[in-house]
Ligand binder design. Sequence first.
Ligand SMILES: *Cc1c(COP(=O)(O)O)cnc(C)c1O
Length: 397
Amino acid sequence: MKTIYLDNAATTAVDPEIFMAMKPYFLKKYGNASEFHLPGRIAREAIENSRISIAKFIGAKSDEIIFTGSATESINLSHKGLIEFLRSSKFNPHIITTKIEHKAVLSTCEHLESIGWAKVTYLPVDNFGKIDLVTLEKAVTKETALISIGYVNNEVGVIQQISEIGKLIKNVNAKRKNRIYFHTDATQAIKYLDVSVDHLGVDFLSFTGHKINAPKGIGVLYIREGVKIIRQMDGGSQEKDLRAGTENVPYIVGLGKAIEKISNSKSHMSSEYKQISNLKDIQKKLIDGVLKIKGVRLTGHAKDRAPHIASFIVDGVEGEAMVLHLSDLGIIASSGSACTSGDLRPSHVLSAMGIPPEKSHGSLRFSLGEQTSPKDIDYVLEKLPKIVEGLRLMSPI
Ligand SMILES: *Cc1c(COP(=O)(O)O)cnc(C)c1O
């Protein structure tokens, strides 16, 4: 049976070209990059080349790029590291984030709150998942030290206006002594949207390899020059003394290669690259088709939506049941995010968007990748209505 993988927001397959670029660094070029002998220098050079590609891609300097083990680790490092640093200057830092962030941000903020190191405001979103800039500005206090807002939500694909928020923060900062730092979780945006750190006006940006066809277990944290944080991992002095532990050379090479591939495809086809417009057409076909099923609605924003995520609420059906039946037919989708499914609480993202728990249990997410074809969508649109119909017949409601 053919597998139609439509869960690319959860993780992606490693691209064979990326895998081949990594392979020599397992088998032959395995030196420790901290050593000065030849194998060490070969490893060091590979790391620095990858760092240069990534820096260039986001319009940063290579000194501003820190390799970590995941986006989650990057977020822990920026948030805990910054707050620990600022605490030493005696004020009580305040963080502003949103109710729909990934757990990596939410749990980190909750932790900082629970140990009394920071106060946190969780901004509401509207029914489409957007935050309001006036509400954001009103939430700023004299103590506000960090604003952390995800670029693209992984469950519903809604895009926040990061560069507008960056401008707002810049204006606020011009009028005060203690500046506010701005972080964005760009994990779901890196492949498809503008991620120039200067254009966005961010001080921190985080993302991960496994959502962009590099392996799991490699992440990046961009830290703007001059911004000070305290390291959260003690040991050696790797990564500008901010992330101790021997560098994962093959994975760093893989991530660099993934970014080079994205960068090539973005630049070769003018501003709106072809792959994105193809993906948008495929996404539209999927959304239009699924919405033909009775009692189904789209979640997230109609226009401000990343091209790879389409999420729905299907009335009278359990999301998990749909996922299992689709999976039996080779169609891999998801209900809620991987981090929240497995527990039966409704998705915090859908709740924040005003969707009641009994509805959000019927959530279904398809996330596309470059391998997704219009024919795949035809297959989904052929099978899904029957599955929904069958499940509704079985359901007691
Ligand atoms: C996947 C994801 C993360 C976590 O990335 P890991 O590398 O798995 O820690 C964080 N934020 C968003 C938006 C994600 O989609």
